[in-house]
Each structure stands twice: as structure tokens, then as C-alpha cells.
Write a protein that binds this ligand. Structure first.
Ligand SMILES: NC(=O)c1ccc[n+]([C@@H]2O[C@H](COP(=O)([O-])OP(=O)(O)OC[C@H]3O[C@@H](n4cnc5c(N)ncnc54)[C@H](OP(=O)(O)O)[C@@H]3O)[C@@H](O)[C@H]2O)c1
Length: 330
């Protein structure tokens, strides 16, 4: 027997139930991992509350998408990975069946990646969600140059810090927002050229001040809600706004006038646009591994908990005090 986390009903962090369960035999094309570290994501808070914006199935359920560890069993037909190999998971599987919170998980072979030796186990659990999310808007769907201005909302979130690092690979000017003045230092240290401390209400005048009225070229927005109108005001001509999350509990009105006047693109985005398409995924994988090797990309870990502290770890994640990744050592 070994410990895993199950969710029997939606609700607060205390609904994460740590229990003993016999490790499952992996099915065809699956592997079982002895988990060594788990990277927590805000989407798992939304899932736990039952408000994850994309469809999910019934409870009870496992939870979690990112971990690192060692392959300890392989199912029929597994070709690429062998028992004993050190791996981490790319978040491209069913969180409910294949959830990774616990001492073991069973995931499809296609969701595994070997990590550069220089990364610690904790870092290896904190790579794929943030950099794959940043890759689509900043690498695949934009042509960033040193003249580009990139606005990153919730810049101190785990995806936000990853996105700052990715934008700086192209020499772009990065403006990051946070509601929390104490996160200003980490934003600058991670590469942000400018930091706007704001609850979203006064972003447009600050962006105009920074860019000399030109506005930004590309924005990454995990918040949405009424702040989208402010973003459209801050946008440059023909700018693109990638909305990839829904941290705001409020509705998101379409800012039609600036949309028309500036020819803006406001686009929804999930990292599945990368992970579910083999060619895109391979290109993204190479890009991220190359820059991890050179250390231009380097996961920022905010705080480490133990598996016994999973409820506390989620409470912290939900508090919004973190800057970077919250990781659980197993
Ligand atoms: N579409 C995709 O593929 C994809 C992939 C990854 C994540 N996401 C989504 O992106 C969002 C962030 O995920 P994450 O794991 O990077 O988050 P995280 O590391 O937990 O960081 C969240 C941060 O967002 C800010 N924030 C929280 N609520 C806010 C609100 N109502 N208004 C403004 N700012 C708020 C807070 O920072 P400050 O104190 O600095 O304001 C908080 O620390 C989630 O909604 C997640 O579901 C989507």
C-alpha cells in the first residue's frame, strides 16, 4: 500500500483526502511512476472547488497533473520508457483517472519526458505546465522581436514567471502586473522590465506611460473579467490578447469599440493546443529543453511542502501569496 490523494467531494483544501491505496498495474501504453515531487497548479484549486472552466467527470477522483519520479512498472506495448528511468509528466492526460498527487500515479507513456540532469527532482516537477502555456502565445502564435512589448498579467503566478523568461529569450520588453507590492522584486529578478502594481483598474494609463502611447503587442491574461476592457485600452494597434484562465469571478464583457478600432485579436488559449498536436508538442518540447539546458529557462520555486501537508499546500496556493511554483516533496 502507498499514500495517494483522493477528492470525494468538491470544496476547500480539507477535501483533499490522503489515504492508503494499492498501486495499480498500468494498462496498455501506461506506466506507473514512484512520485518524488509534485508541482501544484492553480487549475487544481479550481478543480477541487468544482469550478474548473472545462468539463470534468464524476467524483471520487484523483487530482494533479505535474510530477517527477521514477518509472516502477510499465504496461503492455510501452516502448519509450523502462523501469528505473527518471521522468516527469507533461500535463496531457485525464486528471481524474491519472492524477499525480500521491506516492504513485499511472499515466500514459505519451505524457512522460526525460529531464535534463541539471534539474533537481523538485524543479523537474515544475517545468511543463508553465513553459508549455507560455510557448503557444509567445513562440508559436507570435513573432516576438526586441521591439515587441509583452504584457503579462498576474506576472508572479507560476505561468507568469515562466512567460517572462520566455519573452526575454526574444529580447522583448516585458511589463508584468501584480496586485501585491511584495512581489515586485521577484518580477524584476525574473526579467520583467516594468512592474505595474494594480488590481487591474489602472493598467492602461501605466502601459501608455511606459510605451509612449504605443501600447503592448501581445498580452497574456489568466484573469479575464472586467479587466479585459482595461487591457483592450492598453493594447497597441493589431495587438493580440491571449486569455488563458478565469481567475476573476466576474463576467467578461467584450470590449467591442477598442476591438474594432485597433483591429485587436482576443483569443482563448489552452496548452492542449500544443500537447494534443504531435508536431507542435515536439517543437515546444525541443524549445523548452534547449533553454532549460542553457539555464535561460529556470523554474522559480516559491515554497516546498511534504505530502502530509497537502491540505496546507493548497491553502497557501489559494491564498494567492505565492510567487512562482508551489511544490510538494514526496
Ligand atoms: N489555459 C491553460 O492552458 C492554462 C495553463 C496553466 C494555467 N492556466 C490558468 O492560469 C491561471 C493561473 O495559474 P497558475 O498556476 O500560474 O497560478 P498561480 O501560480 O497559483 O498564481 C495565481 C496568482 O494570480 C493572481 N490572482 C489570483 N486571483 C486573481 C484575481 N482574481 N485577479 C487578479 N489576479 C489574481 C495572484 O497574484 P498577485 O497577488 O500577484 O496578483 C496569484 O498569486 C489559472 O486560472 C489556471 O487555471 C491555464
Amino acid at each position: 500500500m502507498a499514500r495517494i490523494v483522493r477528492l470525494y467531494r468538491t470544496g476547500g483544501p480539507e477535501e483533499l483526502t490522503l489515504e492508503e491505496a494499492a498501486p495499480e498495474q498500468p494498462g496498455a501504453g501506461e506506466v506507473r511512476i514512484r512520485v518524488e515531487a509534485i508541482g501544484l497548479n492553480n487549475s487544481e484549486v479550481q478543480f477541487r472547488h468544482g469550478v474548473y472552466p472545462l468539463p470534468t467527470g464524476s467524483l471520487p477522483s484523483r487530482i494533479g497533473r505535474e510530477c517527477s519520479g521514477v518509472v516502477e512498472a510499465v504496461g503492455d506495448g510501452v516502448q519509450q520508457f523502462a523501469i528505473g528511468e527518471e521522468v516527469s509528466t507533461i500535463p496531457a492526460f485525464d486528471i481524474q483517472r491519472n492524477g499525480v498527487y500521491g506516492e504513485w500515479c499511472v499515466v500514459p507513456e505519451t505524457a512522460l519526458e526525460r529531464m535534463p540532469a541539471r534539474l533537481s527532482r523538485l524543479e523537474a516537477a515544475a517545468v511543463w505546465q508553465q513553459y508549455l502555456t507560455a510557448y503557444g502565445p509567445l513562440v508559436l502564435f507570435s513573432r516576438l522581436t526586441p521591439h515587441s512589448v509583452v504584457l503579462i498579467l498576474a506576472g508572479a503566478s507560476s505561468v507568469g514567471l515562466g512567460a517572462i523568461q520566455v519573452a526575454k529569450l526574444f529580447g522583448a520588453t516585458v511589463i508584468a502586473t501584480t496586485r501585491t507590492a511584495a512581489k515586485q522584486d521577484i518580477l524584476h529578478r525574473t526579467g520583467a522590465d516594468h512592474v505595474i502594481i494594480s488590481d487591474g483598474t489602472d493598467v492602461a494609463p501605466r502601459v501608455r506611460e511606459i510605451t509612449g502611447a504605443r501600447g503592448f503587442d501581445v498580452a497574456l491574461d489568466p484573469i479575464a473579467g472586467p479587466g479585459l476592457a482595461e487591457l483592450a485600452d492598453a493594447a497597441g494597434q493589431e495587438a493580440a490578447i491571449f486569455v488563458y484562465g478565469q481567475l476573476s469571478p466576474e463576467p467578461t464583457p467584450l470590449p467591442l469599440i477598442p476591438l474594432l478600432r485597433k483591429g485587436l485579436t482576443i483569443r482563448g488559449y489552452t496548452l492542449w493546443e500544443i500537447t494534443l498536436q504531435p508536431e507542435r508538442r515536439e517543437a515546444a518540447r525541443r524549445f523548452i529543453l534547449r533553454h532549460l539546458e542553457s539555464r535561460a529557462l529556470s523554474p522559480v520555486i516559491d515554497r516546498v511542502y511534504t505530502l502530509d501537508e497537502i491540505v496546507e499546500a493548497h491553502r497557501y496556493l489559494e491564498s494567492g501569496r505565492q510567487a512562482g511554483k508551489v511544490v510538494v516533496r514526496v
